[in-house]
Design a protein around this ligand. Sequence first.
Ligand code: NIG
Ligand code: FE
Length: 407
Amino acid sequence: MSEIDALEDSNIIISDDMITFVGGNTELESYLQKNNIKEIAEFDASGKVIMPGFVDSHTHFVFAGSREDEYEMRLAGKSYQEIAETGGGIWSTVTNVRQSDKNELKSLAAKKLATFFSYGTTTLEGKSGYGLDIENELKMLDIINSLNSSNEFGIDIVPTFLGAHSIPREMSKESYVDLICNEMIPSVAKAHLSKYIDIFIEKGYFDVNDADRILGEGVKHGLTPRTHIDQFTSMGGTEISLKHGAVSLDHLEVMSDEDIKLMAKYNESAERKTVAGLLPGVSYFLGISYTPGRKLIDAGVPVLIATDFNPGSCMSQNMQLMMSLASTQIKMTAEEIINAVTINPAYSLGLDHKVGSIERGKQADLLIFDMPSYKYLIYNFGVNNLEFVVKKGKFFNVNEITSSLSN
Ligand code: NIG
Ligand code: FE
């Protein structure tokens, strides 16, 4: 977590969408000679900082409508759970998503992507979970897959099936769990709409027994779990997620010391290690406790930081803001934070061979910041220090993206 291998006075060569060289001036000369490269378009990044593109491995970016009315109710004293009980919360977004046609929903999502990108996110995960019936869950996954095949910036997007986000009003929990297991999971797997399966384990949503069935069925169909646990209630989410080989345990705001030990122990022998997903924007937005990230890191558990961008618990696509919160609220160092927004989330998505670091042979996804050192990014908070985003070798000017955004 604490090593980032920062280089100074270095050069990067990009060929098409790939990084083909990283190194100092002498190595550069011999590389150019050896490969008989005579002409090269240069970008002078003297005095700037180049980082790998951010990987946001937990988002709910496909949705319709917004919930600023709930935000106000919370400020007046109502809790997230109380609002959900009276018909707000996830259910209000489900109603909007069901009423939106596919094209409408897709263009709303595409707009959200531009904002992510302007703050440095070049790879992101996106969940279903606002459909809660077959038609609308598949509709959401279709949109995510089609945006992955084609979007304005070439952002890589990984879909996750989150049918078990909440219980739809029209049926009992038991019938809905049956529907997820008997119909939704097989349909998602058959159409290759997602490699991942998620569940919200929480009081009033799904419990450990539901998770055992749903995750078990998902794994049987080739889906890998990444889960929402311990947001408000510590209720056995860690153990059940690990039982099914989850690659990312997210939220963890009220995680117990025992569960931290369980995660660390699991990773000692796990082939694919599990990463703790910190979502500091949720703690900030809902005014709840921050995940014990320091304890997790000190116990040897790798952590990642994600936005959890969604209309109810974190309405922000800004990864740089999450980095600032992880620093001031969780006391993570600049190096830990950089790993937590690049290589660790890439690993949790099974994409660490391709993105998450600046290495020869990886995709050319780079962020160019106008700042004197990498530590400056969390120090100069609340502004966008990003000048250029390079995605698959293509340069985008951040000012131009920002001025084209109208919210
Ligand atoms: O990750 N916790 C559950 N799901 C989302 C919130 C979804 C919503 O409120 O719309 C989350 O926080
Ligand atoms: Fe979430």
